[in-house]
Write a protein that binds this ligand. Structure first.
Ligand code: FAD
Length: 519
């Protein structure tokens, strides 16, 4: 019997390497590609840049589907309310989707699967958001999530290389399949504009990273052409404050699934073929394995996006200082390096990994002593690549709550940026008020004599804030507080190494600092 099938796009907004979509086309007579604007996922917490990226990705997807004589059907509402109506209206017999490991997605998919079964609809899902089947990695580790990157690498090695990506469907694959869409499609199932969604777009800046599979593949091609760069890529050697990105900025595309992680992996492998190249953890393959590491942790560790109830997370007595959090969020800390990063984040939706390190450390254990969960929320709103597992995992790392335990190593909000941008060009780009400051004071404008401040047209305390805290003083106090939090830890929260013991594998921070010292 030929099926009437809904393929449900959620993440995985692409045609290439989409095994669930290919499964949908098997024995199919009618295909309905569906995307649901689920208020739980797309809510007030999601920022404008993220919305713009999503709408762009949906338009691109619809455009690719049209080339196959199909269309995307966009609906609004809770999936558990939307689907029963569609099952009946379209006489659906099969539902396909890409497996998603986020807790909300798992419970949503369970509910929808039960509803589908009640309507006699067969459900097929496939794994293609990650390199590996995450549950399989956990199984391979005796049912526990690996808590170190090296362990994850060992497990990945055991399973062999990730599956090869599969090609996009072609017109030939769609020959006997139709998508019944009418002249009223646009009005009923069209992709809404940002304005139609009630968003005020006046604050939107230039669209530096347009959403969509075509742009993802174009960017991938562009990077992969630079074979020397790909082979010598070492993450710690890339710069947090270059004027244009020093890493691929493929993360938003991978997050929304406009780019398959496996396609990314295998394209890198092709470039490596027969050449000398860097290795994990610092190589480009290494970056994709970091993603896999945090995904595996997020599946295996309960309450992964929280401190409380998270069995491997150090319980810290973070302060709640609303005014500090607001100053950090709104780029008003008085530390130009930190404020420039937070400005870039708000305007463009992407910041370099080490820039994330700097602002995350500053908010938490370094300076402001505010919970990583607060930072996680701000990143979730402002990042184009905001990803439940990666955001939570990296925030735990940076706050030295989980995975990383060298809490006595604190980033300086002054010295760190200087290493790669002596003259503060990055600061001048994102905080134009400071653009006339001489290099000597650009990282510490409060130290400039009054006449220098006047000549630069920016008086500290009037045109730009004084530092919110004294880094030299607070970071020492915070190390002490962290020491106390570590002393209270139960053995379950100290899974890797004892505090202060040199790691056998250097961290990104170790490597970054080591390399810089030798320059
Ligand atoms: P590249 O260096 O070009 O790396 C290639 C790909 O590898 C990335 O696209 C990404 O998919 C993956 N990757 C790279 N670094 C990491 C990492 N540390 N952890 C996991 N995957 C990685 N990344 C997100 O995608 N979403 C998030 O919500 C997110 N939140 C973060 C929060 C904090 C506090 C920190 C410190 C890091 C966070 N990261 C997050 C990880 C990392 O900063 C970004 O993935 C990376 O900067 C994206 O830029 P890129 O695509 O140029 O990376």
């Amino acid at each position: 019997m030929a099926h009437i099938c809904i393929h449900w796009f959620r993440k995985g907004l692409r045609l290439h390497d989409n095994p669930a979509l290919i499964a949908a086309l098997r024995d199919c007579k009618e295909l309905y590609p569906v995307f649901i604007l689920d208020p739980y996922v797309y809510n007030a917490r999601v920022g404008l840049n993220y919305w713009r990226f999503l709408i762009g990705a949906l338009k691109d997807l619809d455009c690719s589907l049209r080339k196959l004589n199909s269309r995307l059907f966009v609906l609004k509402g809770k999936p558990e309310d939307v689907f029963p109506e569609l099952f009946i209206k379209w006489k659906v017999t099969q539902l396909t989707y890409e497996y998603d490991t986020e807790p909300y997605s798992l419970s949503r998919d369970k509910t929808v699967t039960a509803l589908a079964q009640n309507h006699g609809v067969r459900v097929i899902y496939k794994i293609s958001h990650t390199l590996y089947d995450i549950d399989r990695l956990i199984e391979e580790n005796d049912g526990k999530p690996p808590l170190t990157y090296n362990r994850l690498r060992e497990l990945a090695k055991k399973l062999g290389p990730p599956k090869k990506p599969i090609p996009s469907p072609t017109s030939a694959d769609m020959k006997d399949i139709k998508t019944p869409f009418s002249d009223k499609h646009e009005a009923k199932y069209g992709i809404p504009t940002l304005e139609e969604l009630g968003l005020n777009t006046t604050s939107l800046g230039e669209e530096l990273f347009p959403g969509g599979e075509q742009e993802a593949l174009r960017r991938l091609d562009e990077h992969m052409k630079q074979t020397g760069w790909v082979c010598s890529f070492e993450k710690p050697q890339t710069s947090p404050n270059s004027l244009s990105p020093s890493t691929t900025v493929l993360s938003p595309y991978v997050t929304f699934g406009c780019l398959s992680a496996r396609t990314f992996w295998w394209r890198i492998a092709e470039v490596y073929q027969g050449k000398k190249h860097s290795d994990p953890p610092v190589s480009l393959h290494g970056q994709l394995l970091w993603r896999e590491f945090f995904y595996t942790a997020s599946v295996g560790i309960p309450n992964f996006n929280k401190m409380e109830g998270n069995p491997v997370c150090t319980q810290v007595d973070w302060d709640t200082k609303a005014e500090y959090l607001a100053a950090w969020r709104e780029a008003r800390t008085g530390y130009p390096f930190i404020d420039a990063i937070m400005t870039q984040l708000r305007q463009e939706g992407w910041i370099h990994h080490l820039a994330r390190h700097a602002v995350a450390c500053f908010l938490t254990r370094g300076d402001l002593w505010i919970s990583w969960e607060e930072g996680q929320k701000v990143f979730e709103e402002l990042l184009l690549d905001g990803d439940w597992a990666l955001n939570a995992g990296n925030w735990q790392w940076l706050s030295a709550s989980t995975f990383f335990h060298q809490f006595f190593r604190v980033y300086s909000p002054v010295a760190f940026g200087k290493k790669t941008d002596k003259y503060g060009d990055y600061i001048k780009k994102y905080i134009p008020r400071l653009k006339k400051y001489p290099a000597e004071y650009i990282y510490e404008p409060w130290k400039a004599p009054r006449c220098v401040q006047q000549a630069a047209g920016c008086i500290v305390g009037k045109d730009y804030p004084y530092p919110i805290v004294k880094h030299e003083v607070v970071h020492k106090k915070n190390i002490q507080r962290m020491k106390e939090a570590y002393a209270r830890r139960s053995p379950a929260q100290s899974p890797v190494k004892k505090q202060g013991v040199k790691r056998s594998t250097p961290s990104i921070l170790d490597m970054f600092q080591k390399k810089r010292k030798t320059e």
